[in-house]
Design a binder for this molecule. Structure first.
Ligand code: ZN
Length: 286
């Protein structure tokens, strides 16, 4: 799933291309990506609307429109948001779920092979509600080590799950949670509320460092991810643990372990560098 760096990359690519431009029309191939909006309302809301700004909130791209509404795109595992300045290939066209031709040329396409992403069209009130339900942005100045420590104090979840809890901090998904916990040398199955302040501070620093590094290299390349200009990301080479189960730890050489018992997702970690002597089930605190 595209995480914060991937969506940030998409948004940075789209902002200069879309700001001030108008959608000539709107076409939706399938309704199953819509949340809280009907097809006619979406089409009506988008056709003829001008884009005032393109920003990111959590893992979502937010297009602010001149009608006081926002188109919120949560790209799913196979979703991408690209402006094309050429005719689409047959394959691009086949999976183009939402197509928004621009009035002065080009076309914004939300492409999603498996349609796991979602589209929302929010008015001001709905946006405020939506925004408030989300935790702080990890790269914003108000996300500080004490704030993360406070969020962790209130939960007995595994620290990996807590880090991925969008109410505590947004934008960190499986890839970057695995990477940040490894870099900070923290056992992912440790209960978040038992983490000493020094560990929280180190984790906070690594989350920011890794997200910034991933943004600087245009996000991670995994299947179907594309930047806003249709390029692949290139962070893959720098991943320390994600998708490296069984391979030697880049720090100590110990084969990396993988488990699904922390959450439904794969957690890859180093027994030695992340200070774990036993399996996650033996450390359960909740
Ligand atoms: Zn190691």
């Amino acid at each position: 799933m595209p995480e914060l760096p991937e969506v940030e990359t998409i948004v940075r690519d789209l902002r200069p291309v879309l700001t001030g431009r108008r959608f000539a029309s709107a076409r939706l191939s399938h309704d199953d990506v819509l949340r809280g909006v009907t097809r006619p309302a979406l089409i009506r809301g988008l056709a003829g609307a001008r884009v005032q700004d393109v920003t990111r909130r959590a893992k979502h791209a937010v297009l602010r429109l001149d009608r006081g509404t926002r188109l919120v795109v949560q790209p799913g595992m196979t979703g991408s948001l690209v402006v094309y300045h050429r005719a689409l290939t047959r394959e691009e066209s086949k999976y183009g779920v939402l197509r928004l031709p621009l009035s002065d040329g080009g076309e914004l396409v939300y492409r999603d092979v498996r349609r796991l992403g979602t589209l929302l069209l929010l008015d001001e009130r709905a946006w405020v509600r939506y925004d408030r339900a989300l935790g702080p942005e990890p790269l914003s100045p108000d996300f500080t080590p004490p704030r993360l420590a406070e969020a962790f104090r209130g939960t007995r979840q595994y620290v990996k799950k807590a880090l991925m809890d969008q109410r505590l901090v947004v934008g960190v998904g499986n890839i970057y949670a695995n990477e940040a916990l490894f870099a900070a040398g923290i056992d992912p199955s440790r209960a978040a509320n038992t983490l000493p302040a020094a560990d929280v501070a180190r984790l906070h620093r690594e989350v920011q460092r890794i997200l910034n590094a991933a943004i600087a290299s245009n996000g991670t390349t995994f299947r179907d991810y594309r930047t806003g200009t249709g390029e692949r990301g290139n962070f893959q080479l720098e991943l320390m643990v994600y998708e490296r189960e069984g391979e030697p730890c880049r720090q100590c050489g110990t084969p990396l372990a993988g488990t699904h018992s922390i959450d439904a997702r794969i957690t890859v970690f180093c027994w030695r560098c992340q200070g774990r002597k036993d399996g996650p089930t033996d450390r359960r605190t909740d």
